[in-house]
Design a protein around this ligand. Structure first.
Ligand SMILES: *Cc1c(COP(=O)(O)O)cnc(C)c1O
Length: 394
């Protein structure tokens, strides 16, 4: 594991009060419009809840795309089921022939992922599930907004899940959605005062850390001081007893770990409030325009290829995925320049090309750059300059 310097821009730039506004007029629906929904504390916990509602356990198999992040499979392991990896085509669509080869009497659920915000062929996959007695779990972790065939993403699955943290400036949050089954029977409880308080403090801290103004810093001094005091008090008390992390979900600390204790916990009040107040129109528009700027600036450079060469009207991207020919030079060089960048290279350790040639290739060569709504134009241009120079330099 190489320790690269921290990126100059936060990889997950967070809250700015600019996000707030009353404009509810937007052209692209969110997963919340797909059906019944409940707010939990993370996307992964929502996957676990979906598996529980589907009655998945020991002896069952869940079909999972080979290009995955660990937070997608940990809930399957927790449920006691096995996961089987299926192949993807180079355009990220599901390889149906491979899927058919993986089917057996134990296969119960097909999990599909709308990578980077771009939808899978949901109607086709829904029909595939219906004709093979499979349940469909739609992973909208990258696609909080989006529409396909006239329906919001999340409408096709028996259940769908989304990660609120990936699109809204919140500490915690995931969503379980179903267009087919009621969800009001799920009993959720608050995770407690410490958690609620941490969510508030965290929002404040991120808000002002990212866009500090002297006035904001002045107002933040007190709550931050209180937060540190409170936190050291909790830590001191928990030395012999409860570990600190059990007061807040691991999902909110940026890790991939799974903790089933959060299964019946509700998303924090603060995160609900932030989500309600956030301008969805602004999130949609800024993400789309940042993506288009990246596509325009990087789309024709040598030794690389954008995964998507256009942006359909109904897509709200999560990141800008760029395939590079020589990652062994580009990736460390961009890290050294402190460009914010993600890569699922943990897959490279064991996804061999015989499992899925595309996923093995992407693990090293597919770089994900942020198109987050809070990127300022000058930050975006700085990032583009670094990427261009590095690509032209090789
Ligand atoms: C992040 C992610 C999840 C899990 O969401 P968390 O809120 O981090 O638990 C699930 N699926 C995909 C595709 C993701 O990227």
């Amino acid at each position: 594991m190489v320790n690269y310097p921290k990126p100059i821009l936060p990889v997950n730039p967070i809250l700015s009060w600019a996000s707030f506004g009353n404009d509810r007029v937007k052209t692209i629906p969110s997963v919340l419009e797909a059906g019944a929904h409940r707010f939990l504390t993370s996307g992964r916990i929502s996957i676990a809840m979906a598996l529980k509602l589907m009655g998945i356990g020991a002896g069952n198999k869940v079909l999972v795309p080979a290009y995955y992040c660990t937070s997608m499979v940990n809930p399957v392991r927790w449920a006691g089921a096995d996961y089987v990896l299926y192949r993807l085509h180079p355009d990220a669509s599901v390889d149906l022939d491979d899927l058919k080869r993986k089917l057996d009497s134990k296969a119960r659920v097909l999990l599909i992922t709308h990578y980077f915000g771009f939808p899978q062929q949901s109607r086709l996959l829904r029909d595939f599930c219906d004709s093979h007695q499979l349940l469909l779990l739609e992973d909208c972790g990258h696609a909080f907004f989006g529409q396909q065939g006239g329906l919001p993403l999340g409408s096709y699955g028996d259940y769908a899940i989304a990660s609120v943290m990936k699109f809204f400036p919140v500490f915690d949050g995931g969503c379980l959605i179903s267009s087919r089954y009621p969800l009001d029977q799920i009993r959720l409880e608050t995770a407690g005062a410490v958690f609620e308080l941490k969510a508030i403090m965290d929002s404040l801290e991120r808000a002002f850390a990212y866009r500090p103004s002297s006035l904001a810093r002045f107002f933040l001094k007190l709550p931050l001081h209180l937060k540190r005091q409170l936190w050291s008090y909790i830590k001191a008390r928990s030395q012999g007893g409860i570990p600190v992390t059990s007061y807040t979900p691991l999902a909110s600390e940026g890790g991939i770990d799974f903790d089933a204790a959060w299964l019946n916990k509700a998303m924090s009040l603060c995160s609900r409030w932030v989500m309600k107040g956030a301008s969805q129109k602004r999130i949609i528009e800024h993400r789309r325009s940042n993506f288009l700027r990246l596509l325009d600036a990087l789309g024709t450079l040598p030794h690389c290829r954008p995964l998507h060469t256009d942006l359909p009207d109904t897509v709200v991207p999560y990141v800008f995925p760029l395939w590079v020919e020589k990652p062994e030079f580009i990736f460390p060089e961009l890290k050294r320049k402190r460009v914010p960048i993600l890569r699922w290279d943990f897959l490279a350790d064991w996804i061999d090309p015989t499992i899925c040639p595309v996923s093995a290739d992407w693990a090293l060569k597919l770089l994900q750059f942020p198109c987050h709504q809070e990127l300022r134009p000058e930050e975006l241009e700085w990032m583009i300059t670094q990427i261009r120079e590095t690509l032209l330099q090789q």
